[in-house]
Structure formats: C-alpha cells, structure tokens
Design a protein around this ligand. Structure first.
Ligand code: 2DT
Ligand code: MG
Length: 207
C-alpha cells in the first residue's frame, strides 16, 4: 500500500512545526513516515530562498514566487518515490503557503496558482487556524521577511481564498483545525482528521 501525503499549513505561531513533529512520531508507530519542510532550505534553490527570507538579497516578487515553486518541483520526485514505497510524507507548508503569501503581496491569485499545477496532490491538508487575538498572545514575531502583523493579516485573508479554491478543485481534502488550546488538544484534533484512507493513486494538484 502506498504512503499518504499529508500537508500542514498555517500562519506563523500556529504551532505547525510542533504538531508536524508530533504527528510524524505518532505515524511512525504504524509505518515509515518522514518530514518534508517547505521551503527546503538545503538545496541550491532553497539557499536562494533562505537568503531572501533573511533579507540578505532582494528579489522580484514573481522571481521569488517561482523559486518557491521550483523548490517544490525539485523535491517532488522523491516525494512520489517515497509514497510509492509506502512511506508517508508529512509536509510542513506546501503550495498553499506559496499562493497565500505571494497573493498577500499583491500578485494575481491565478498567477500564483499556476506554477504548482501537476505537483503531487495532498491526501489531506490540515490548516491550523488561529484568531489574530490568540496569535498575538503567543508573543513576538521573528525577524524574517513576512513576519509582521500586516503581512500575517493579509496572508490570513488569502488562506481563506486558497481553502475555497482547494474545495472547488479537490473537494473534501482541506481541513480547518482550531489551533487554540494546548499542544495535546490540538494534536488530538489533528489525529481525528488525519485518519483518511487512501485507496486511490496519488493525484496531481489542480488537475
Ligand atoms: P518557514 O518559516 O516555515 O520556514 O517559512 N513561504 C513559504 C512563501 O512565501 N512561499 C512558499 O511557497 C512557502 C513554502 C512562508 C518561511 C516563509 O516562507 C513563506 C514563511
Ligand atoms: Mg518562519
């Protein structure tokens, strides 16, 4: 049986990385599972993205958008191979962050969608949603690009449009999960939505 392709999305401070780690530990009790972070900053494209996020280089909005997508494409072969081998892949961010962040900067929504068409389709997308008030309680933002209140608010609005688009194109795969509460409470909510059975072949995004 093939592995699953699970994506976790959410704004900064939604607890995404903590929950991804917990989820993988739990999945590993049933079979092999691995983490795939996006951006994957270890590749040569990833290093360019990293420099941009740390404001060490400047980049045209479209150029960086395409690099984020190219970073997914260069990792997609290994994702497909692992899933075919029965390994479950859990991605920390994916194309949905790609659209939401770039559209929040003002790029046309359909433009943002296009370069990811044909990438592996997640079996389930868990979107950790947190109110602006609860996010504010979790402390200061970091120093990287996009880690400002204004950008996070705009990205939050775009994530709602991304969710709608996903529901239209691939019904039933997008799951909003309330990220308020303790690590254990949120982990339990994730556990309840992640138990999807996969009987079909891995699909292609937006197709
Ligand atoms: P991390 O803090 O999770 O490393 O993310 N981003 C991410 C984009 O703008 N486009 C994308 O396609 C992806 C995957 C979100 C670093 C930042 O990169 C943004 C936060
Ligand atoms: Mg970050």
């Amino acid at each position: 049986m093939r592995g699953k392709f699970i994506v976790l999305e959410g704004l900064d401070r939604s607890g995404k990385s903590t929950q991804v780690d917990r989820l993988i530990q739990r999945l590993e009790q049933d079979g092999p599972a691995r983490l795939q972070k996006f951006p994957d900053r270890t590749t040569s494209i990833g290093k360019m993205i990293d420099a941009y996020l740390q404001s060490k280089t400047e980049m045209d909005d479209r150029a960086i958008h395409l690099l984020f997508s190219a970073n997914r494409w260069e990792c997609s072969k290994r994702i497909r191979e692992d899933i075919a081998k029965g390994i479950t892949v859990v991605a920390d961010r994916y194309a949905f962050s790609g659209i939401a962040f770039s559209a929040a900067k003002g790029l046309p929504f359909d433009y943002c969608l296009a370069p990811d068409e044909g990438l592996p389709l997640p079996d389930v997308v868990i979107n950790l949603s947190l109110s602006p008030e609860d996010a504010a309680k979790r402390g200061q933002y970091g120093e990287e690009k996009y880690e400002t209140l204004d950008m996070q608010e705009r990205t939050r609005a775009q994530f709602k449009l991304v969710a709608r688009e996903m529901e239209r194109r691939h019904p039933g795969r997008w799951k909003d999960v309330d990220a308020a509460g303790s690590v254990e409470e949120v982990g339990e909510r994730i556990r309840q939505v992640v138990g999807v059975e996969v009987d079909t072949e891995l699909g292609q995004l937006w197709m």
